[in-house]
Design a protein around this ligand. Structure first.
Ligand code: GLY
Ligand code: MN
Ligand code: MN
Length: 433
């Protein structure tokens, strides 16, 4: 039994009467008549399971909610060139809609649906052309006021309500996330094997993609970061065109997308297979921060405990390594650690790599609950500066795992990816033998 119709029913059950309108993502041209690989909108997919472009979900919310899909028609010519299209009839049956119609009918049908409704739920600001289209529909209904029709007074953004649902993963979603994590673990292990001195970063990226593709993940969840040497201190480095040198650390932040669900792992390891003294010292510190953060990953704990725990360990370690001066309290108070740790310790993970869901409720960090999935990803990035001894210059380290909250604590979805110094050195020695 597919979960989509029950998700729509649950959403409708939380909303006041009105009409919800949710378009999927547009297609984007890469050049001339060639497109980027198509990716559906995550919330649209969550509520429909439908993966084709040019589709819109409408839910008429009232005593008996009605779910409608607008999608492309069957088209023999286009199906010969581009592949299968469900068409409204088959899509309606397959994905459990109350009705479906051609996307060509959208304007005329939505105008009828909006008449005399108190409100419309619509993701204003998601796409300017859809905003304009909604305005047009509302104005068309308003123009019929003398015929006795009223237009909705309120436009309400449904994304908060959908995000709240998406934040809690069901068993099927957890299974897909586990599988996405398992594939990603193998990809990172493969990358460690091939990332030898003299290899280009992009050649290592190819090894990640090789593992993703052959396991059924056709797309990375985001642009892979393969950052060797000083590039590891560029947080979103994606050029991946440097040649790896002996003595480099390599930071790989990469994830695959499987069935729409992302994994997001970072590992940092030595090209040579052996950490140098300073590299090891910084690595052990980031790992200690990770362990401290993970100890806070349990039901009932506030979300930000993980960040606070990681920051405390990193700050003390930076003082011990003489990269920062002052007491721990002073460093935390003045946030001088931000010279080396300038991002947060994690984010929700799901259909989007930075997944939907509020981090605070009524101004307070929310507490962790079973079914929430997120990353833990402390790091340190040591750029040359007056207070940085030469031996630490250009060291960039991040360790990132994917974690689900369970009834008793947490489950690491990226388990099995070498993480301690001994595991990394051991795996590289074994894999390259
Ligand atoms: N790769 C994106 C992130 O770690 O948040
Ligand atoms: Mn991440
Ligand atoms: Mn990442």
């Amino acid at each position: 039994m597919q979960p989509y119709s029950s998700r729509r029913a649950r959403l409708a059950g939380q909303l006041q009467p009105g009409v919800l309108i949710l378009p999927t993502s547009p297609e984007f041209a890469r050049n001339a008549d060639t497109g980027y690989p198509y990716r559906f909108d995550s919330s649209f997919f969550y509520l429909t399971g439908f993966q084709e472009p040019e589709a819109v979900l409408a839910i008429v919310i009232g005593d008996t909610p009605q779910s409608l899909l607008y999608c492309r028609d069957k088209n023999e010519e286009r199906e010969i060139w581009d592949g299968y299209r469900y068409g409204p009839t088959k899509a309606s049956e397959t994905f459990g809609f109350d009705a479906a119609a051609s996307i060509g009918e959208l304007d005329s049908q939505i105008i009828e649906l909006l008449k005399n409704q108190p409100r419309v739920y619509f993701p204003l600001g998601m796409d300017a052309s859809w905003d304009a289209r909604l305005t047009g529909w509302l104005n068309t209904v308003r123009a019929q006021s003398r015929a006795g029709f009223t237009a909705p007074d309120e436009v309400v953004d449904p994304r908060g309500a959908i995000a709240e649902m998406r934040l809690f993963k069901d068993e099927h979603e957890l299974d897909v996330l586990r599988q996405s994590g398992r594939i990603n673990v193998e990809a990172h292990k493969r990358a460690m094997r091939f990332a030898t001195p003299g290899t280009a970063e992009y050649a290592v990226e190819a090894e990640l993609l090789h593992e993703y593709y052959r396991n059924g993940s056709r797309f990375p969840a985001y642009s892979s970061i393969v950052a060797s040497g000083p590039n590891a201190c560029v947080l979103h480095y994606i050029e991946n065109n440097r040649t790896i040198r002996d003595g480099d650390l390599i930071l790989i932040d990469a994830g695959c997308e499987l069935g729409g669900y992302a994994s997001d792992i970072t590992r940092t390891f030595p090209a040579s297979g052996k950490f140098s003294g300073p590299q090891k010292a910084v690595y052990e510190l980031v790992l200690a921060a990770h362990v401290a953060a993970q100890a806070e990953a349990a039901p009932g704990k506030p979300w930000n405990n993980m960040h606070d725990a990681a920051v405390k360990v990193l700050a003390q370690g930076l003082i011990d390594l003489k990269l920062l001066t002052g007491s721990l309290d002073q460093v935390l108070e003045t946030e001088t650690y931000r010279q080396f740790y300038m991002h947060r310790t994690g984010h929700w993970l799901g259909l989007d790599v930075h997944d939907a869901g509020a981090y605070k409720l009524q101004g307070e960090w929310r507490t962790l609950e079973t079914g929430m999935v997120f990353t833990i990803e402390p790091g340190l990035y040591i750029r040359p500066a007056a207070n940085v001894p030469a031996e630490f210059e250009h060291i960039g380290i991040r360790i990132e795992d994917d974690v689900a909250i369970t009834a008793n604590g947490n489950e690491v979805l990226s388990a099995g990816c070498p993480r301690t110094v001994a595991e990394i050195e051991g795996w590289i020695a074994e894999a390259r033998a």
